[in-house]
Design a binder for this molecule. Sequence first.
Ligand code: GDP
Ligand code: K
Ligand code: MG
Length: 298
Amino acid sequence: MENNYKSGFVTLIGRPNVGKSTLMNHLIGQKIAITSDKPQTTRNRIQTVYTDERGQIIFLDTPGIHKAKNKLGEYMVSVAERTLKEVDVVLWLVEPTTYIGAGEQHIAEQLNQVKTPVILAINKIDTVKNQEEILTFISAYKDVCRFAEIVPVSALKDKNTDLLLELIYKYLPAGPQYYDEDTVTDQPMRQISAELIREKALRLLNDEIPHGIAVTIEKMKERDNGIMDIEADIICERDSHKGIIIGKGGTMLKKIGTAARREIEDLMDTKVNLQLWVKVRKEWRDSELYMKNYGYNE
Ligand code: GDP
Ligand code: K
Ligand code: MG
């Protein structure tokens, strides 16, 4: 290990859907955080690890900072806000626009209260036709917050992500290698599998139902021949939702299961036999007991 080896913690913040999970997956080259076009896809703090010859960056992908509507919402907000003070660098992802809404103002207020250096990444620049416009986004953001660096990126097209890494290293302290170089996440397989199932449900179901869904892995066991048997429950809030998740003749549940199974097989590099059940737990998002049960606690 060289003398100038650096390491530290970076938290990724930003409004729902700005591309935090996409960026993290691209940086570490593996799909760990689930993504979708729906807000509040990410519920827990996910830790991923990027290692190269310069050092090691530990990314915390947090749920978005937003106004809480229920206990699950409160939990998500507190996770995000607590993280700001504990890290070496804050990486704030925003949409490419000059409009700075209440959500961004709220984040800026939080950031102005901490000493942690903040890097602003203006994401989705692949969608900006006139590149000169980017300068106007930069100056709009300069008015609301003091940034250590500002960098336009595209998480999806891997644009400027190398530059982003370079800028992050600039602000990391000299430090040890916390994880061995093969480690990309601290998430247990069980949790990633549950999240992949939830992602497929999010993507395949219409807007109303997904926010009330949780997934629990009830069984995960490897057979002697290497096949992995997984049984999981999809928890929803209403009987009517249960019907929709199962679908006519079980077609929707089958779709969710097939899509999830493929990705879990990729992840585990083995054949998977996935069985899904749908259960109704009314208003679980307002029950601390249920939330603990479904893994939303620290
Ligand atoms: P998060 O809620 O901040 O974690 O956002 P996600 O990573 O789940 O992404 C939300 C949506 O934005 C997904 O449909 C992504 O494919 C899309 N997205 C993310 N980054 C980019 C980007 O750089 N360019 C474009 N065009 N879309 C992006
Ligand atoms: K999302
Ligand atoms: Mg996310």
